[in-house]
Design a protein around this ligand. Structure first.
Ligand SMILES: NC(=O)c1ccc[n+]([C@@H]2O[C@H](COP(=O)([O-])OP(=O)(O)OC[C@H]3O[C@@H](n4cnc5c(N)ncnc54)[C@H](O)[C@@H]3O)[C@@H](O)[C@H]2O)c1
Length: 420
């Protein structure tokens, strides 16, 4: 047991920070969760979780252990380890590290000798050394690697994934020097099954970007092949399924309406921002972004074509979007391609509705989209666009629906549907 009141302070209690705080408390660490959002903190202390994968019950059980939440930055000076998990969004299409800078400043103001700071927010290579380290040193007057230790560990959380969880997903760790790496590795080993050390923070930062860029590029490749296959009258879904049978050298990716969420559309932009500083574009990333970003328009074009064939005018037609979340079985609509599709359809004066068991309301650009509540009504629409392959949708009897159906996910065996 250390001289500090807490073993861990987590700064930023969102999708990444909250599961970490809970897992650490479940592993019998003494944990303080710190967030600037007082409503989030009050709710958490009342066992109300805002993160889908964490139920109120799980939170309640963890609160019975040594876990508490606060908006008082004093806790940052009272914990042996401090993990930063604040947002790293894009603002005006550029990486926005203002949250990381603010969090580093709050830590610096409270930092004491012997503390260990770990950045977990996704970012470009160099952030720990070039942004976090100088702020911590300048604000605290302490020396990094000597008075306090510092490192980076990327988060691999996959919302909605029941197989690969916080505990069994291998964790990459790094430090600014050997002592930092040792202490950081020791910490994660106490809460995660498999810890993988890399030589420096820049390498660890790059690991996250390579993982998400890999997904983005492969999704773009299969999307482009889906468009070409449609022109060549080849069934891309049959092709993907058949290619998947190769037991080596091939990992299958599925075409879809685009990419969404907090990581795939955003993280590769952090990489291209960094390489542009040295005058080099990441050509793969930029091309992949272009292709994936074009998919919502492609879906709209295919819908329009399908309706034309059936002599139904797109303008004033009734369309239902089935699933608006960016991926299966979760309710997160951040960066969801469904939003781009709906914007385009609204511009064409389509009468739009949505149904998503995980999303209660949908408002964007001051448009509030009507939520269909009754699945008996599906035949009342001119067209149903399946956007997200939620598990619940497998219970729908699509064969009995008389509306046109466009399945942009290719996940449903529907004889009367057109696929991407
Ligand atoms: N969501 C994911 O699936 C996922 C997966 C891997 C990595 N990441 C990365 O993890 C980081 C955090 O993402 P998230 O999805 O958890 O974000 P989030 O928006 O869900 O939560 C971030 C929290 O940080 C708080 N916050 C902001 N500034 C703060 C400050 N200065 N001090 C204290 N609290 C502050 C906010 O109030 C919010 O509650 C990002 O860099 C993201 O790219 C996210």
């Amino acid at each position: 047991m250390s001289e500090f009141k807490y073993d861990l302070a987590v700064i930023g209690l969102g999708y990444v920070g909250l599961p970490l705080a809970i897992e650490a408390a479940n592993s019998t660490l003494r944990v303080a969760g710190y967030d600037i959002n007082k409503i989030v903190v009050d709710n958490l202390n009342n066992s109300i979780s805002h993160v889908e994968d964490i139920s109120d019950q799980t939170l309640n059980d963890a609160l019975a252990k040594e876990l508490s939440f606060t908006s008082d930055p004093k806790v940052l000076g009272e914990s042996e380890y401090i993990v930063i998990s604040v947002p790293t969004p894009l603002t005006d299409y550029q990486p926005d590290l203002s949250y990381v800078e603010a969090a580093s400043k709050s830590i610096g103001e409270n930092l004491k000798k012997g503390q260990v700071v770990i950045l977990e927010s996704t970012t470009y290579p160099g952030t720990t050394l070039e942004i976090v380290l100088p702020i911590l040193e300048n604000v605290s007057n302490l020396k990094a690697g000597v008075d306090f230790l510092l490192g980076y560990s990327p988060e691999r959380i996959d919302p909605g994934n029941k197989e690969w969880t916080f505990k069994n997903t291998p964790k990459i760790v790094s430090g600014i020097n050997t002592k930092s790496l040792e202490k950081i590795s020791e910490f994660y080993k106490s809460i995660i099954d498999n810890v993988v050390e890399v030589s420096g923070t820049r390498e660890a930062e790059m690991v996250k970007l390579i993982e998400n860029t890999y997904r983005q590029v492969n999704i773009a490749m299969v999307n482009e092949l889906a468009i070409l296959s449609n022109m060549l009258d080849i069934d891309i879904w049959e092709v993907v399924e058949a290619a998947k049978t190769k037991p080596f050298g091939f990992q299958s990716f599925r075409p879809g309406p685009g990419v969404g969420g907090h990581c795939i559309p955003i993280d590769p932009k952090y990489l291209s921002f960094k390489t542009r500083q040295i005058g080099q574009p990441v050509r793969f990333v930029e091309l992949a972004q272009e292709i994936n970003n074009s998919m919502p328009n492609y879906v709209v074009a295919r819908i329009s074509e399908l309706m034309n064939k059936k002599e139904i005018l797109l303008k004033n037609s009734k369309i239902l979007i089935l699933g608006v979340a960016y991926k299966k079985d979760i309710g997160d609509t951040r960066e969801s391609p469904a939003i781009d599709i709906m914007e385009s359809l609204l511009e064409k004066s389509v009468d739009l509705s949505f149904y998503d068991p995980h999303v209660d309301e949908l408002v964007f650009n001051e448009n509030s989209i009507y939520k269909e509540e009754n699945l008996e009504n599906l035949s009342n629409y001119d067209l149903i666009l399946i956007h997200t392959p939620h598990s619940e949708f497998h219970e729908i009897n699509f064969e009995s629906i008389t509306s046109l159906i466009f399945d942009s996910t290719g996940s449903f065996e529907i004889s009367n549907a057109e696929r991407i």
